[in-house]
Ligand binder design. Structure first.
Ligand code: NAG
Ligand code: NAG
Ligand code: NAG
Ligand code: NAG
Ligand code: NAG
Ligand code: NAG
Ligand code: NAG
Length: 772
């Protein structure tokens, strides 16, 4: 399609550019574009909608940001389905007939913000289904067949603010169904068949503001589950078959909007809302209420909707009317009787007009009311399974928990089908051998904050399926290999916030499948040679927040799979280049907040082929050798240097693949020596955040705004470019050409200020596309 653009060499006027922009198809096929798809290499989008694709096309350009696969027939998403497109921010899989999402299907999509899985045929959300989506903000699962949410299904989604599960087949919500959604704002569960919510169904949703439960089968207001939502301001329960709300039903300190319309309410206790002080808007429209008494509790109710109720406007309604006038509550709805007031708007009625004809009629009306409010029933029974005392075992989810129940020994007698066992916050002190016999199905074991200082050999033996083990925030300082006997599948091990002063070498010999090891926030002081000798498959090693001052050469050898290494917030005084010499696949290295003052030549040379993300922020760095980044090239995506003391920088121009760079908080010396950086900033389409620290008169100015470089030798050629073919062609495609409002160019130097910045950005962009 690129050939559609005329290759002219003449200097183009703006009119011609505009015309060309119309003529050129913006969708340019980059080097890698699957045959049936449309690829836009400027916006980095790939669209393959309605193409009868049966799998995720393999040949998608790695740098793609938005991928649209809607309307295909992809029945199953395998593990790692998107591992070749790690930069995706938007992914649509709408209407793809997906039945199953394998564990780890989205692994590697750490930048994904929006995931649309609506209108598929997904029935079960497995534990860790959404593993790896750490930046995800919106997850849409509407119009599927979801009937089961396994514990931990959302445990990795710590950034999600909207989770939508409307139009599914949920009947029951188990305890902790949504655990891990630490930033959730709105949870949509509308149009399911929910009739039962476990007491802890919403546990952990501390940030939830809005909950939609409309169009379900709830017969009772879920009082206890709602108390787990301290921040909730809006609750939608419309279209549920509830018949009454009794005293103290709504215990929600911040609730402002409560929607209870289109239900079957016949009775609403005047004490129902005594623990909902902030309620401002109550919708009771389309129920069966004949009368309502003044509502106690809400201090500033402003709107009460009674539209569509058979409200009988007799003397019994007077207290409500007087209350609404006193409290300025706007009443909506109309009288259903008696005949002389029928159809009259409630808001227009004066209390004296509300009369009762006879004493008998009044008594009768009163009796009826008292009878209907006596309709209290007992809560529904629960499906019972074997379970130790002082624990809760859910037969339907195979989830057992005894969190914070004061146990001093590991309880026995959990159901053999248990797959998630949560024992956090008890006081075990040590874990004897054979503590978990008979629990061969447990995948995830939580032992956080249990004051554990010792794991006796064979502590976990028999847990053949164990994959996740959480031992964070205990008192462990040593570990023997025998402690992990009998758990060959263990993959993710959390040992952060313990008391390790030494790296527990040798402890992992019996864990051939260990991939991720968390040891943050211990007090490990140094890393000796060969500490990873037993963990050949390790991909992630997290050692931030220790006291590491020395790393022996060869410390990480061999570590053929090591991909992520976090050493931030330690006591390193230099980049441990020798230790990294043979870590051939390292993609992310974090050295932030170590007291490193100087980075010497070729510090990262051995990582040149693999490194993608380099964190050198907050270190107090004063100088980087001009060869410090030698070898790093188009592969590097992020370079974080903020919060240092750098006055100058090595050349960044080989880093043609950069997507994130941060230079803020460095006191750059803005004189002619900085000209190469300034030119580089002008040539890339990135937010660089560089400011001058010297000389004093320029302190705080953005490097790209200062004029001083005009007088430097070597500046002129850059500012009078001769347009090349590629500039012309590319400039016609960029829809985001910036107008130079903020710039004050000196016209003597700049012939065509409008064209300058965008075209140089295009040169950069086109080289980037060719090199990837
Ligand atoms: C997809 O398949 C259907 C039926 O086999 C066919 O009618 C339709 O044209 C195909 N669409 C595309 C884009 O190939
Ligand atoms: C009151 O309820 C009716 C019926 O549900 C609805 O149409 C109307 O918008 C509501 N009015 C207000 C102000 O909420
Ligand atoms: C209310 O209930 C009592 C017995 O509990 C019954 O005698 C009476 O008829 C009922 N009144 C009405 C109006 O339903
Ligand atoms: C619980 O375990 C049983 C037996 O292992 C299994 O059939 C069932 O699918 C499990 N339920 C869930 C929700 O995982
Ligand atoms: C380590 O400690 C720091 C500082 O208290 C904290 O911000 C970080 O979240 C901790 N990390 C872990 C994994 O515990
Ligand atoms: C950290 O290491 C230094 C020696 O390098 C030692 O003096 C200090 O006590 C250690 N700090 C902790 C918290 O272990
Ligand atoms: C850049 O660094 C500054 C200072 O630490 C920080 O406030 C900002 O959020 C960073 N920006 C990015 C994109 O990392």
């Amino acid at each position: 399609m690129a050939q559609a653009c005329p290759m002219q060499r003449a200097v183009l006027s703006w009119a011609a550019v505009a015309l060309l922009r119309l003529l050129c198809v913006t969708a340019v096929r980059p080097s890698r574009c699957p045959r049936v798809c449309v690829c836009d290499s400027i916006q980095l989008t790939v669209t393959c909608a309605n193409k009868n694709l049966t799998q995720v096309p393999p040949a998608i350009n790695e740098i793609t940001l938005k991928l649209d696969l809607k309307g295909n027939t992809i029945q199953e998403l395998p593990t790692g389905a998107f591992q070749h497109t790690p930069y995706l921010t938007h992914l649509s899989l709408l209407r793809c007939g997906i039945q199953r999402v394998r564990v780890g299907a989205f692994r590697g999509l750490g930048r994904l913000v929006h995931l649309n899985l609506a209108s598929n045929k997904i029935a079960i959300l497995y534990q860790e289904s959404f593993d790896g989506l750490s930046s995800l903000k919106q997850l849409l699962l509407d119009h599927n067949l979801v009937e089961e949410i396994q514990p931990g299904a959302f445990s990795q989604l710590s950034s999600v603010s909207l989770l939508s599960l409307a139009h599914n087949r949920l009947v029951y919500l188990p305890n902790m169904a949504f655990q891990g959604l630490q930033a959730i704002k709105w949870l949509r569960l509308s149009h399911n068949s929910l009739n039962n919510l476990a007491v802890e169904a919403f546990a952990g949703l501390f940030t939830l503001l809005r909950l939609s439960l409309d169009h379900n089968e709830l017969q009772f207001f879920p009082t206890s589950p709602m108390t787990r939502l301290p921040e909730l301001t809006r609750l939608e329960l419309s279209h549920n078959p509830m018949t009454y709300l009794g005293e103290e039903t709504v215990v929600m300190p911040k609730l402002a909007h409560l929607l209870l319309d289109h239900m079957s309410l016949q009775d609403f206790s005047q004490m129902a809302l005594t623990s909902a002080p902030r309620l401002a808007h109550l919708d009771l429209s389309h129920n069966q209420l004949r009368i309502l008494h003044p509502l106690l509790g809400p201090e500033s109710l402003s709107r009460l909707n009674l539209t569509g109720n058979p409200v009988y406007c007799s003397c019994y309604l007077r207290p409500l009317m007087e209350w609404s006038i006193r409290g300025r509550v706007r009443l909506l709805g109309a009288c259903a009787g008696p005949p002389y007031l029928s159809g009259e708007n409630l808001g227009a009625i004066h209390p004296p007009d509300l009369r009762c004809q006879s004493q008998e009629a009044m008594l009768k009306a009163e009796m009826e009311e008292m009878n209907s409010s006596a309709l209290l029933t007992t809560p529904q029974p629960r499906y019972k399974v074997q379970c130790p005392a002082n624990c809760v075992c859910e037969g339907e989810t195979n989830h057992s928990t005894c969190e914070n129940r004061g146990h001093t020994t590991v309880p026995r007698g959990f159901p053999p089908d248990t797959s998630l066992l949560d024992l956090r916050e008890n006081h075990f002190h040590y874990i004897p051998s054979q503590s978990f016999t008979g629990l061969a199905q447990v995948v995830s074991l939580h032992l956080q904050r249990c004051k554990i200082h010792e794991l006796v050999q064979g502590a976990f033996s028999g847990m053949r399926s164990l994959v996740y083990l959480y031992l964070s925030e205990n008192d462990l300082s040593v570990l023997s290999a025998e402690a992990f006997k009998g758990v060959p599948e263990l993959t993710y091990l959390h040992l952060e916030r313990n008391k390790f002063a030494k790296f527990p070498c040798g402890a992992f010999q019996l864990l051939p499948n260990l991939l991720v090891l968390h040891l943050e926030n211990n007090t490990i002081a140094n890393l000796g040679r060969g500490i990873l000798a037993d963990t050949k498959r390790l991909t992630g090693l997290y050692l931030a927040g220790n006291n590491i001052s020395t790393v022996a050469p060869g410390a990480f050898e061999p570590a053929p799979a090591l991909n992520t290494l976090h050493l931030s917030s330690n006591q390193l005084r230099e980049v441990p280049s020798d230790a990294l010499a043979k870590v051939a696949n390292l993609a992310e290295l974090r050295l932030s907040e170590n007291p490193v003052r100087w980075v010497g030549p070729r510090a990262f040379l051995s990582l040149a082929d693999s490194l993608k993300h380099l964190y050198l922020d907050g270190m107090g760095l004063e100088k980087m050798s001009k060869d410090s980044l030698a070898g790093l090239g188009s592969g590097l995506r992020s370079l974080l240097l903020e919060g240092n003391q750098l006055e100058a920088l090595p050349s960044l121009s080989p880093l043609t693949g950069l997507e994130v760079i941060n230079l803020s908080g460095n006191p750059l010396m803005c004189d002619c020596t900085l000209l190469p950086l300034r030119k580089w900033i002008e040539s890339v389409n990135l937010k660089v955040r560089a400011t001058c620290g010297h000389p004093p008169e320029l302190r705080g100015k953005k490097v790209k705004d200062v004029q001083i470089f005009k007088s430097c030798p070597g500046e002129k050629p850059l500012l009078t470019p001769t347009p090349t073919t590629s500039q012309i062609v590319k400039s016609t495609k960029n829809r985001r050409i910036k107008t130079p409002k903020s710039k004050k160019p000196k016209s003597a130097h700049i012939k065509s200020p409008k064209a300058k910045k965008p075209t140089s950005a295009h040169i950069h962009k086109s080289t980037r596309l060719q090199t990837t």
